[in-house]
Design a protein around this ligand. Structure first.
Ligand SMILES: [Zn+2]
Length: 244
C-alpha cells in the first residue's frame, strides 16, 4: 500500500514543531534571564554610586567651607598674638583682653578642626564604599559581557538548527499537493497544530476522542481511494487528522 501523502504532512508538522521549539529555546535562554538580573544589579550599583557621589560632593563643599573658616579664624588669632607680642601694647588689661580673644578664637578653631576631621573621615568612608562599588561594577560588567557572548553563541547554534529544520520542511512540503500544504498552513496558523495522527480514536494533537462513527466514516473514505481529496479534521482542535 502506498504511503498516504498525509504521512508527509506529519513530517512537515514535525519540522514545524521542531522549529517552534527552537524559537522558544532561543527566546528563553537561561543566560538571557541571568543577563537581565546582572543588568538590574548594574543599574542598582550605578544608582548607589551616584547617591554616594552626591553625598561626597556635599562633604567636599563642607570641608572647603570649614577649611576657609579655620584659616580665617587662625589668621585672626595669629594677628592678635602678633600685636600682643609686638611690645606696642603695654596695658595689662588690654593684653589680658587680647589673650582672652585669642583663647576664644583658638577654641573655635579647635572645634572647627574637629568637625573638619569628622568630615575627612566621612569622606574616606565614602571613597571606600565607592571603590567597593567600582569593583562590583567591573565584575558585573565582565559577567554581562560573558553572558552576551554565550547568548550570541547559543543563538548562532539555534539559528543553524532552524535553517536545517526549514530546509527539511521545505523539501517535505514540496512533495505534497499545494492545496494540502495551504490547508495545513491555514489550520496551523489558526490552531497551533496543523496535522496530527489519529491513533485509535484519539487525536494526537489534543488527545481528545473522536466519536467512533466519525472515525469509521473517515476510514471508509480513506480506503475507498483518494486520501488527499477528503481531508478530515479534528472537531476539537481543528488539526488535519492523518489516519494510520
Ligand atoms: Zn484534536
Amino acid at each position: 500500500m502506498a504511503e498516504s501523502p498525509l504521512e508527509t504532512l506529519l513530517v512537515v508538522q514535525d519540522h514545524d514543531t521542531g522549529a517552534d521549539r527552537l524559537r522558544h529555546r532561543r527566546e528563553h535562554l537561561d543566560e538571557r534571564a541571568e543577563l537581565t538580573a546582572v543588568e538590574a544589579k548594574l543599574a542598582e550599583i550605578d544608582a548607589g554610586r551616584s547617591a554616594l557621589a552626591s553625598r561626597r560632593a556635599e562633604i567636599d563643599s563642607n570641608e572647603r567651607r570649614i577649611g576657609d573658616e579655620v584659616a580665617s579664624i587662625a589668621g585672626k588669632a595669629t594677628g592678635v598674638e602678633r600685636s600682643m607680642y609686638s611690645g606696642e601694647i603695654s596695658s595689662p588689661r588690654e593684653l589680658q583682653a587680647m589673650q582672652a580673644d585669642v583663647e576664644q578664637l583658638r577654641k573655635q578653631q579647635g572645634l572647627l578642626e574637629d568637625r573638619e576631621l569628622e568630615l575627612m573621615e566621612a569622606h574616606e568612608q565614602l571613597d571606600a564604599e565607592m571603590s567597593d562599588l567600582d569593583v562590583a561594577r567591573t565584575a558585573g560588567a565582565e559577567e554581562a559581557d560573558r553572558l552576551g557572548r554565550v547568548i550570541t553563541e547559543h543563538e548562532a547554534a539555534i539559528d543553524s538548527e532552524l535553517v536545517t529544520e526549514f530546509e527539511a520542511r521545505t523539501a517535505a512540503a514540496a512533495t505534497l499537493p499545494t492545496e494540502v500544504v495551504t490547508t495545513y498552513e491555514k489550520v496551523r496558523k489558526a490552531n497551533g497544530v496543523g496535522a496530527a495522527r489519529l491513533v485509535g480514536m484519539s487525536c494526537q494533537a489534543c488527545h481528545l476522542t473522536v466519536p467512533s462513527t466519525e472515525v469509521d466514516q473517515m476510514r471508509r473514505a480513506a480506503f475507498a481511494g483518494d486520501a488527499t481529496g477528503a481531508m478530515n479534521f479534528c472537531d476539537n482542535c481543528g488539526a488535519i487528522l492523518v489516519l494510520t
